[in-house]
Ligand binder design. Sequence first.
Ligand SMILES: Nc1ncnc2c1ncn2[C@@H]1O[C@H](COP(=O)(O)OP(=O)(O)OP(=O)(O)O)[C@@H](O)[C@H]1O
Ligand code: SF4
Ligand SMILES: [Mg+2]
Length: 329
Amino acid sequence: MKNQENILLNIKDLHVWYRVYGGYLKVLNGVHLMVREGERVGLVGEAGCGKTTTMKSILQILPPGDFHIPQGQIFYKGQDVLKMSFKELQRLRSREIAMIFQDPTAALNPVFIIGTQIGDVIKYSAAFEENEHKETIKEQSIKALKEVYLPDPERMLINYPLQLSGGMKQRVCIAMAISSPRNLLIADEPGTSLDVTIQDQIMRLLNEIVEKRKTSIILITHSLGVAKEMTDRIYVMYAGTIVETATPEVLFKNPVHPYTKGLLASVPKISGGGITKGIPGKLPSYLNPPSGCRFQLRCEQGDPICSEKPPQLFEVEKDHLVACYLTQR
Ligand SMILES: Nc1ncnc2c1ncn2[C@@H]1O[C@H](COP(=O)(O)OP(=O)(O)OP(=O)(O)O)[C@@H](O)[C@H]1O
Ligand code: SF4
Ligand SMILES: [Mg+2]
């Protein structure tokens, strides 16, 4: 693992609830996640397990009025994001962390040309203020669009989002994210809404950017295979909790949590595979989640203690943590 000391982001015991008719959806249930400087972290888990909610909490962009954080801390460079002033949050969003969203069509404003949207990001960045070469916003925008290999960047600036393909829109979003230096990139399933070949190109592009800039990244993906290829550490999430974390090598060789094992067994194999077993069952209700381990309704190895209280992350070997009572039997 990379640098042990320089912790950039440290999420501790984060609980996030959404206010809905009839009560609260208790989505995040004690998330722990750490990113060190220059580290590439993968966050893996099935749809609806709370990956985007965790990331939106870091930037404090959850829907206003609809959420409640009863417990937890999110330290960025040692400062608790949950206690930041509006100005500090603006600085965090414009100069420290950039997020690439799942759906590029929803992320771009349909009524503004690309030049305006990318220009706004550059305008508020520290790099623009400190710009020694006095490059104009247009020059910096073109530079960013070239870095993501968009053809004819000058023309691209006067295009509206609807004039671009899905893959092009996602490249524009990546260009916006890297148009000024950031210490942390959050890529939330950046290829999900695109076809597989474009997905692959987007992943390669992100990999290249992160390698070149040595930026820390949190890469959210459904695919353990992608996380293995592209990250230094994987966090496996289930129903709002981190159930296991380790380096990709350790996780693939020695998975401990029954959910991680199920995920690994669900990876389709091209040769001689057929349909994989998958993980029977579905996520529990967030309105009335079970007490104790949230995986208990799908677990074949549970026993009475599993429904008493949630298992905590436990170090089964160096840098390999698992939240499951099996580790203590
Ligand atoms: N604004 C909201 N109001 C109410 N519930 C919400 C809201 N946003 C998300 N949720 C619920 O929170 C849960 C977690 O959603 P989230 O988007 O964080 O999951 P995810 O892991 O990112 O899923 P996916 O892989 O499909 O993107 C889901 O049950 C979702 O319906
Ligand atoms: S804590 Fe119990 S129910 Fe949960 S995954 Fe472990 S064995 Fe299964
Ligand atoms: Mg999501």
